[in-house]
Design a protein around this ligand. Structure first.
Ligand SMILES: [Zn+2]
Ligand SMILES: [Zn+2]
Length: 251
């Protein structure tokens, strides 16, 4: 199975609405020969959004009979039903995590996305990992040899590990010192987020977590910032070095 990315222009066609209403949509194939049935095609919305919006699967190619009426999703003047043959693409999922052109460049994609492009396995896996985390707290990096290094919130949510970490560190943010209870009173009692400090490698299916060395409590702001660049995993120390204000003096 191969993966591809294809641009879509919202000024011509509302792909998000079309796929969500119809599930299966025809897409102009041009003279493409490399895409096979079963392949994945990510739909990338070009300017002004410039991000991946949909993950689709090719269920047919070389379709010469345009049999799905999606005319209401085309802006008047753009008739895609006259430009066969087409693929039939089935919606796999909406990509709600913001994966921008910059992210794609950081993952190794060169240039712009103006026509169908193929994605190497590592890049498509990286897109998959990032897009599976609707909290937007997953960071991914391709290392030399295109291995995937990533942070995931999966391990940060395990209640046992979480509790061991909190018993040890307490409920202050370990980057800026923020304490939710001190700020919000009862509402913030025992609230803090847990971050997994060590990147995982895709190959490691079972990872044992050391809750004291691998996990760290962070406030929501610091947690967001540490994951802000989805393709450049920063460390706790790097984050601390960027902080110009800490709450430690209020203790
Ligand atoms: Zn903080
Ligand atoms: Zn985290």
């Amino acid at each position: 199975m191969s993966s591809f990315i294809i641009p879509s222009n919202k000024n011509k066609y509302d792909a998000t609405k079309a796929f969500n209403d119809l599930d299966i949509v025809h897409w102009v194939q041009h003279n493409n020969k490399s895409v096979q049935v079963g392949d994945i095609i990510y739909i990338y919305e070009s300017k002004p959004t410039q991000k991946i919006i949909l993950k689709t699967k090719v269920i047919e190619r070389d379709v010469y009979n345009y049999h799905i009426d999606d005319s209401q999703y085309s802006v008047i003047g753009f008739d895609f039903s006259s430009k066969g043959p087409w693929f039939s693409l089935k919606l796999v999922k909406n990509v709600n995590v913001n994966i921008s052109l910059t992210d794609l460049h950081n993952l190794g994609l060169k240039g712009n996305i103006q026509s169908l492009r193929s994605l190497d396995d590592a890049t498509s896996q990286a897109i998959d990992i990032i897009s599976n985390d609707t909290n937007g707290l997953t960071s991914v990096k391709l290392t030399e040899g295109k291995k995937i290094q990533f942070y995931t919130t999966r391990y940060e949510r395990n209640p046992k590990n979480r509790q061991v970490c909190l018993n040890y560190y307490g409920y202050n943010c370990m980057a800026c010192g923020f304490n939710f209870e001190r700020m919000y009173g009862e509402l913030g009692y025992k609230f803090v987020e847990i971050h997994h400090k060590k990147p995982l490698f895709l190959q490691n299916k079972e990872v044992s977590i050391d809750p004291i060395n691998d996990l760290v409590p962070l406030c929501s702001n610091c947690h967001r910032m540490i994951h802000r660049d989805k393709t450049n995993i920063i460390t706790l120390d790097e984050l601390r070095s960027k902080i110009s204000f800490t709450y430690t003096n209020f203790d």
